[in-house]
Design a protein around this ligand. Structure first.
Ligand SMILES: NC(=O)CCC(=O)C(=O)O
Length: 276
């Protein structure tokens, strides 16, 4: 099935630090809420590290062992509601190592993607507690080629370009991107959309957390849905809500033919490096 209008719901929620039970409950409630009424979405998107938050000192105990709890929840809800779910990301423990992992489920309840964050964010000590991923993944939802990255990965244009070159037309970006870097968040999201001529769907958490070091970090929300021209289709403020927007998928080939960026690339020159 290939669709033309894709209804997206972005769950911009607070995350209770170090309290997975509360977070699994509120994710389930939010997904149920999104599916109520006549305007049900095609895709639901969650934020980064929503199961445990950045309780990194305790992450070995709090992380989802083999991702079992998260996979069960996302499988059950995507199948029951026949909705695609880009499951934000969760802390997952496998063979003693914890990674920041995105699971994606299609409407049939099948897991179609698993991606571990590649660039760990040193300002939030991720590199001290987590193990980085080493592989990008392209997947399809409703016949639409998609890719996902996580938060700090957004600063590395190589990832979204690699995904776009592999055919991805929609990029999902779950995040816990804090103050005071709102300008970077908005600008980088628009840049990734414009340079890759792809739609970008970004889900940032809201609220605040007191970390293990006793410091409070506040998150500004501002989840966004952008079209492949970089225009904002929908944008949230700082409060918890479900951001709704519709992607017109036919605009992707239209934008790509208007300015043929991909045809105009010169990879043989990029590979030569820089002459000094
Ligand atoms: N959770 C993250 O990766 C945060 C990234 C961030 O805040 C940034 O400025 O980059």
């Amino acid at each position: 099935m290939k669709v033309s209008d894709w209804k997206i719901n972005v769950i911009q929620m607070d995350v209770a630090i170090g309290d997975p039970d509360k977070n699994y409950r509120q994710v389930e409630q939010n997904i149920k809420l999104a599916m109520q009424g006549h305007d049900a979405p095609d895709v639901i998107v969650l934020p980064e590290m929503w199961n445990a938050g950045y309780a990194l000192n305790r992450i070995q105990q709090l992380a989802d062992e083999q991702g079992i709890r998260t996979k069960e929840l996302l499988h059950r809800l995507s199948k029951h509601y026949r909705v695609n779910i880009v499951g934000g990301s969760v802390a997952v423990k496998q063979e003693g190592q914890v990674q920041n992992v995105t699971y994606v489920y299609n409407r049939q309840g099948e897991r179609v993607s698993e991606y571990a964050k590649i660039h760990l964010f040193k300002l939030m000590d991720e590199h001290l507690y987590l193990t980085e991923g080493d592989m990008l993944h392209r997947f399809e939802l409703d016949g639409i080629p998609c890719g996902s990255i996580i938060c700090y990965d957004l600063r590395f244009p190589e990832l979204s370009r690699t995904l776009a070159l592999s055919g991805a037309e929609v990029l999902f970006v779950p995040a816990q991107w804090p103050n005071p870097r709102l300008y970077h968040w908005k600008t980088l999201l628009a840049a990734r959309a414009i340079e890759n001529q792809m739609a970008v769907v970004a889900c940032n958490r809201t609220g605040s957390s007191i970390g293990d070091n006793g410091e409070e970090t506040t998150f500004f929300g501002h989840s966004m849905i952008l079209d492949p021209w970089g225009e904002v289709i929908a944008s949230a403020g700082e409060e918890a809500l479900i951001l709704k927007g519709t992607l017109k998928l036919e605009s992707i080939p239209e934008v790509r033919s208007r300015i043929p960026v991909f045809k105009d690339r010169k990879p043989h020159i990029y590979q030569l490096g820089v002459q000094e």
